[in-house]
Design a protein around this ligand. Structure first.
Ligand code: PXP
Length: 250
């Protein structure tokens, strides 16, 4: 429960701002591991705007914890994933004009395109996850496509301005977890999670993994990435501890 996958794309974004070789996202992965990350996540986008092929190759060689590759169903990218064999592939929607992945993959509409990709990835021994909205039909369609896991989009929770919207978003996510579990899926969460908003969602103790990028890399500018990861891990662990009834073992 409450494992932390650290998304290092933003480190590569800073590098690309100057088209130079620093900061190196591969070094970032090592620092994140030393800070206690349970996984490293990267997104090899079709336009290679941040992580590039060299990074992906090196990450596969050096990362010692779970390596999660976010990717579209583009045939060229699928080919790279099949050769690279990350521990996990998370299928995400990808639009060139977006700043970052916005919203979930429409598995209901695209299932004919997605299911064969899932089969190929699983055939290569890669665990498959779908980044989707916490909607019943999307979760069920993901199970029908053969995914091992879903990562529920936490954007509505992260962007909620009022308590009532926050509670509704949490409730929707919790219902999503129930549906996912009924379908035999492992359930992860991600998008827009920060040091300020992580505790209520982490205290639910229902997500096996959180994928967090922007907030951790932003904090790293002040305290270093190793410490930034440590701080987030501490919040995740503390949320679980505080939410557990006294006397119940961890
Ligand atoms: N999960 C997925 C599938 C994503 O695409 C992203 C953004 O790259 C994240 C999690 C992390 O989101 P954030 O950078 O807002 O923490």
């Amino acid at each position: 429960m409450n494992k932390l996958g650290v998304n290092i794309d933003h480190v590569a974004t800073v590098r690309q701002a100057r088209r130079t070789d620093e900061p190196d996202p591969v070094w970032a992965a090592a620092e994140a591991e030393l800070g206690g990350a349970d996984g490293i996540t990267f997104h090899l986008r079709e336009d290679r705007r941040h992580i590039n092929d060299r990074d992906a190759e090196l990450l596969k060689q050096v990362v010692g914890v779970k390596l999660n590759m976010e990717m579209s169903v583009n045939p060229g990218i699928v080919k790279i994933a099949l050769r690279l064999r990350p521990d996990q592939s998370t299928l995400v929607p990808e639009r060139r004009e977006e700043l970052t992945t916005e919203g979930g993959l429409d598995v209901v509409r695209l299932r004919k395109k997605i299911a064969p990709v899932v089969r190929k990835l699983k055939g290569a021994g890669i665990v498959t996850s779908a980044f989707i909205e916490p909607a019943k039909d999307q979760i069920r369609a993901s199970a029908e496509c053969g995914f091992d896991a879903v990562e529920l989009w936490t954007g509505a929770y992260a962007h909620a301005k009022r308590d009532i919207a926050l509670a509704a978003a949490l409730e929707r996510l919790a219902r999503g977890v129930d549906v996912g579990r009924e379908c035999g899926l492992d359930v992860h969460a991600g998008h827009g999670l920060t040091y300020r908003n992580i505790e209520p969602i982490a205290a639910l103790g229902i997500f096996s993994e959180f994928n967090i990028g922007h907030s951790i890399v932003a904090r790293a500018a002040f305290v270093g990435l190793r410490e930034a990861v440590r701080e987030m891990k501490r919040l995740l662990d503390r949320a679980l501890l505080l939410s557990r009834p006294a006397g119940q073992p961890g």
